[in-house]
Design a protein around this ligand. Structure first.
Ligand code: ATP
Ligand code: MG
Length: 265
């Protein structure tokens, strides 16, 4: 089951302060959309709106044709911090999510699924560990495993790897792509927030560059670089270099010089 996400003329303000203005994004089912933009441009707010944690002031968000009316189990969310319950073990964090998503199943089945999902991120030994006993990278792997465990058609990830060292980050990017590219994972639509141009190009099928004050779309890039993509092979790929240069230009251009959203085809 894939989910198309349509964001139309979305505007949002926090107590009169405009945060997002006239945002239009359409993601087809199975798209991997990276949201890239400077601090404060409204990336997290946009994710919260898609998650149903905030309501638009104008415009609409539709998921699979239905307007978002609040949070739902069709959306798995991974935040940068605090996304695991610290008082539950890694395994019980997954079991809890599975119980919410599939009430009425036997606990034994949830435990078995939780173990299998932890295995997919190479954390089979962490089932009984509390988050405080795990490294930052391991916690993020548990959070990813939890998001995939309930098999939501839509994944919302807010700078999930932002706080990690470069090596751990590279491993987790590979884990995420491996999960997304499995037969069931490939059906997932992903919205992934990052500050990092290289991370965006490595992961995305579409990159949306946002500008600040108020947050709005500066450019939409179709990432037509073949997969699998590796950091090494990208460095010498002319298409990657062109995309990267265009995105960096947009990101560093003074926002008040900017015209309407540009598109690189
Ligand atoms: N709960 C809130 N109440 C009032 N204003 C808020 C709230 N959350 C965010 N804002 C404001 O909305 C704007 C966008 O914030 P948001 O967190 O979406 O930015 P961001 O692009 O995710 O930034 P970063 O890259 O630093 O995470 C900022 O000006 C911020 O001050
Ligand atoms: Mg943010």
């Amino acid at each position: 089951m894939t989910k198309r996400v349509e964001i139309e003329n979305l505007s949002f303000a926090y107590r009169g302060n405009p945060v997002l203005r006239s945002v239009n994004i359409t993601a087809e089912g199975g798209d991997f959309v990276c949201l890239l933009g400077p601090s404060g441009c409204g990336k997290s707010t946009l994710l919260r709106l898609i998650a149903g944690l905030e309501r638009p002031d104008a415009g609409s968000i539709r998921i699979g044709g239905a307007a978002v009316a609040g949070p739902g189990l069709d959306r798995g969310v991974v935040f940068q911090d605090y996304s695991l319950f610290p008082w539950l073990t890694a395994g019980e964090n997954l079991v809890f999510a599975l119980e919410q998503a599939f009430p009425g199943r036997r606990r034994r089945d949830h435990v078995e699924d939780a173990r299998a999902q932890l295995g997919r991120v190479h954390l089979e030994g962490a089932f009984d560990k509390l988050p405080s006993q795990l490294s930052g990278g391991m916690r993020q792997r548990v959070a990813i495993a939890r998001a995939f465990a309930t098999d939501p058609p839509l994944l919302l990830m807010d700078e999930p790897f932002g706080a990690l060292d470069a090596v751990t980050r590279a491993h987790l990017q590979e884990h995420l792509l491996a999960l997304w590219q499995t037969p069931s994972g490939a059906a997932k639509t992903v919205f992934f927030v990052t500050h990092d141009v290289d991370e965006a190009i490595l992961l995305a099928s579409t990159v949306v560059v946002l500008g600040a004050n108020p947050g709005r779309i500066r450019g939409v890039f179709d990432i037509d670089v073949e997969r699998p993509r590796s950091r090494q092979s990208l460095q010498s790929n002319p298409r990657y270099l062109a995309l990267r240069a265009a995105m960096v230009d947009l990101l560093y251009e003074r926002s008040d010089d900017a015209g309407d959203a540009g598109t690189l085809q």
